[in-house]
Design a protein around this ligand. Sequence first.
Ligand SMILES: [Fe+2]
Length: 502
Amino acid sequence: MAAASPLRDCQAWKDARLPLSTTSNEACKLFDATLTQYVKWTNDKSLGGIEGCLSKLKAADPTFVMGHAMATGLVLIGTGSSVKLDKELDLAVKTMVEISRTQPLTRREQLHVSAVETFANGNFPKACELWEQILQDHPTDMLALKFSHDAYFYLGYQEQMRDSVARIYPFWTPDIPLSSYVKGIYSFGLMETNFYDQAEKLAKEALSINPTDAWSVHTVAHIHEMKAEIKDGLEFMQHSETFWKDSDMLACHNYWHWALYLIEKGEYEAALTIYDTHILPSLQANDAMLDVVDSCSMLYRLQMEGSHPCSPTGFCLFLPHHEERVLWPRPRVGQELMGVSVGQRWQDVLPVARKHSRDHILLFNDAHFLMASLGAHDPQTTQELLTTLRDASESPGENCQHLLARDVGLPLCQALVEAEDGNPDRVLELLLPIRYRIVQLGGSNAQRDVFNQLLIHAALNCTSSVHKNVARSLLMERDALKPNSPLTERLIRKAATVHLMQ
Ligand SMILES: [Fe+2]
């Protein structure tokens, strides 16, 4: 494993051509310690944890602008607080801007302040432009790189997420602190744009330098997921677990990926065991948005899953890359299509989701909060979420998420409601026109697959003759994109039982 670099003081940041406007070496080192933990997705006790470092940093130099930009930026990028509802966060943004005006700053620092302020206003694309301006002249500015990477992820800007790192990657020579982590960041963008081989090579390089690099582990997990390499994925997670399980900001999500393989295999109880052992405890301990999203997504997927034994009296549909024709069974008499019971688990997620139902920071988060309020049968929270989202969409200003709410976010939310109400035809009518725009809600391809599955299940259950062949079309697409997926094969069997296609 690579030795940890010493934390950089004022001179070291200057030598790196990333000077910081403070005379406090302590503040500079704490800035580095916080940045390091952000990049590693880990609150490192030996460094004092992110919260601990930020409070000491503030004490070391209360007017250190880059300290303010990082502290406020980290809260905002966590997407759990909005300046509209959280007065403390609103004040933090204003304080950062005011302090920045009282002292001479470098152009780079000014851009950081503007980018964080712009992100706070919900204009993520403009914030990314500002971070990119920094990276053009300062390609080794890790804070600009990470913030823009995360913002691109929220925007669903997959190519930008990849190319943003491609542009600066050659500048990250091995002697620069955290350089191996840039490989992991780059590999994620490559993976999301289907360059799986390049992505895997880079992620494995990063892991050979730092096996605890949880983000690179995560990229490899995604690659196995996207290629339906269930056995390889499970083995990889099992063998690497010891290295990433203490990454307190990402371990939950890596366990979520582990559970996805189990859902693919149809091992629902094992998936629920991971949920109960790792995902829910992390949600309850951290209240992090990624944990909420993971919890909702997992429970929702499990509910959509069902048991559909193959019937020997089935019929065939030819799928081009399969070696043999796939049997599409007819249902046996009395055979029911049952979802997996998640018990009372929605009730555990609801309190966290309810707290954020009026935030409207990310439409992607909103859709997941809604899964929780629907799953827990809490009409009040459902109504509050939908009403306030509609209000936000009517006066969006420069907020990119509110601008997207009318055309994409609200139809998706309404589709979730219709699914809950047992109106699959309505779900189809709402989702089909926007299916290629859902990427704009951000998140990863693997995360958004929950919406693909929702659409397929709706198509499977619809009654209108207009929608007769939609399920078959969707499933053929899915199978072409991700061959050999047991989940797809189960859905194909279900399609046969429901639609009797011949
Ligand atoms: Fe992921």
